[in-house]
Design a protein around this ligand. Structure first.
Ligand code: ZN
Length: 281
């Protein structure tokens, strides 16, 4: 299983609109500076899929929002650009941190009389969901730490919503530890941060040091770069297929200027999967 980032903008959400219009200085500041860390959330409702949560946020009557929603199979919907100031943690951390929401198992139920503690309908099913979300969450945070040069072990860079609350930076929520504790997973935020630091050392994650050791790795910045390269002809049919299907969306730009930022190794894997029929459905 791997992480699949997919853009799913919530353009009707109030916070999204305020960012698009740069309503005041707070939005401008966040957009110019970008995020300084990320908050790990768990949605607090038995909804295993990311899309219904995105659809809930994509509504003009809703101001609360998050940057990403992660489901256990690794699909991660990106609801807004990472430099948008969103309202996810109900406090000062909104001015500095991304909000990353994990979905929750269908095998639990909340009852207002029990506060943050869910009723567990099927322990094994719930555990399986939570473990997968945790593992994919580690990968996602490792990716973000690499992208922004964050140290996951530095104080305050990665926090849970509950930790943000205890530090006076967020509203009174218990996520995601409430769920980890209810299912006796043994997971903690300290463990999560260490796992992120460990994941950043893994060769699966792009690593500048490894590139130096192995010599210069071929990277393609744009679609045009692939087209210009003599080896590109092996990769183009797969790339065009993935782009046309929307499985691959790039990071901005159009036509040959579409930003891919892919290594040749990554392209080889995509082509192999294509030939193996992995994208047929
Ligand atoms: Zn939360």
């Amino acid at each position: 299983m791997a992480l699949i980032l997919k853009e799913r903008p919530i353009k009707n959400n109030q916070s999204y609109v305020k960012n698009a219009q740069i309503e005041d200085e707070r939005y401008r500041r966040f957009q110019e500076r970008g995020p300084l860390g990320a908050i790990l959330h768990s949605i607090g409702t038995p909804q295993p899929l990311a899309e219904p949560i995105a659809a809930y946020f994509d509504d003009p009557s809703v101001e609360a929002s998050v940057h990403m929603v992660l489901q256990p199979d690794g699909l991660c919907l990106q609801l807004a650009p990472e430099n948008y100031r969103l309202w996810h943690v109900g406090g000062q951390a909104n001015e500095t941190h991304l909000g990353i929401e994990m979905t929750e198992p269908a095998a639990i139920r909340y009852d207002s009389s029990r506060g943050f503690t869910p009723i567990i309908l099927d322990r094994q099913a719930a555990l399986s969901h939570i473990r997968s979300c945790y593992d994919r969450g580690v990968e996602l945070f490792a990716y973000l730490c690499q992208k922004y040069g964050w140290d996951p072990l530095q104080d305050g860079v990665i926090l849970s919503h509950r930790e943000a609350f205890t530090r006076g930076l967020g509203s009174n929520h218990g996520d995601p530890e409430h769920l980890w504790q209810a299912l006796e997973t043994g997971y903690t935020m300290d463990g999560f941060r260490k796992a992120v630091a460990q994941a950043m050392k893994s060769p699966l994650v792009e690593d500048g040091e490894n590139e130096d050791q192995e010599g210069k790795e071929m990277r393609y910045e744009t679609l045009g770069d692939v087209r210009k390269d003599p080896n590109g002809k092996y990769y183009l049919p797969t790339l065009e297929f993935l782009l046309q299907k929307g499985y691959l969306q790039g990071r901005g730009g159009k036509g040959d200027d579409l930003i891919l930022d892919l290594s040749e190794d990554a392209l080889r894997i995509l082509v192999t999967l294509h030939r193996a029929g992995a994208y047929d459905k």
